[in-house]
Design a protein around this ligand. Structure first.
Ligand code: FE2
Length: 219
């Protein structure tokens, strides 16, 4: 059994102050077996964290496209922001990674929405069906129904921007995996462990953005 945190930010994102070493230590403490570090259109922190803890860290990115955000895993190179969703998907696959939408039906948070998702359906590998920071539960429910409709593997994530949020929602695999494709196969039998963040938690990201505006808390 393997507990995964598949959506997390560090101080390499503009809205988080979490230090890489603290994230790693915290994961060990709370029983997270793998964490995907998915900073906003940035992989420098994830690459460094992977060097620090190769058994724990998946190099990821939450890339902004022209239509909304997608989560990428098992990257070697940055996917630049503001590509079309199609091109972002193709670039991830070209380097052997996998990609799927984050909070796909949450318009407040750059979700891609149904029409975009249908257009790129054959290019996406999984769907985030629970995001702990999506406060309107119906938006997560829509994502779940949509993943069922398309028969895509589902992930359940904290979208952690602080240590306190890390691992509150998890995707639990029944077995380990040997490659990104095998990871997708293992996801088919995953258990989803959702737990919503408190509505006030997003204030922490706002505070982090302000602190960074004053030049503090940068990598
Ligand atoms: Fe995120």
């Amino acid at each position: 059994m393997l507990d995964l945190e598949l959506h997390s930010h560090t101080r390499y994102s503009p809205d988080s102050l979490s230090k890489l070493a603290d994230v790693i230590t915290h994961c060990r403490k709370i029983g997270i077996d793998r964490i995907a570090i998915t900073d906003h259109s940035e992989i420098e922190g994830a690459l460094l964290a992977h060097k620090m803890a190769p058994d724990l860290v998946i190099v990821g990115e939450e890339v902004m496209t022209t239509q909304g955000e997608l989560l990428c895993y098992f990257l070697n190179e940055l996917i630049p922001p503001y590509l079309s969703p199609e091109e972002a998907c193709d670039r991830v696959h070209d380097q052997g990674g996998i990609i799927g939408p984050s909070h796909p039906f949450d318009p407040r948070r750059s979700g891609l929405g149904r029409n975009n998702l249908l257009r790129i359906a054959d290019r996406i590998d999984f769907i985030e069906v629970f995001n702990a920071r999506t406060y309107d539960k119906s938006k997560n429910d829509l994502a779940h129904l949509f993943a069922e409709e398309l028969g895509k593997p589902m992930i359940c994530c904290s979208d952690a921007h602080s240590l306190k949020e890390t691992g509150i929602s998890r995707t639990r695999l029944q077995r380990d995996y040997t490659s990104p494709q095998d990871f997708l196969a293992a996801l088919q039998q995953a258990e989803l462990l959702p737990h919503a963040s408190s509505a006030s938690i997003s204030l922490k990201s706002t505070a982090a953005t302000i602190v960074k505006g004053f030049g503090f808390g940068k990598p």
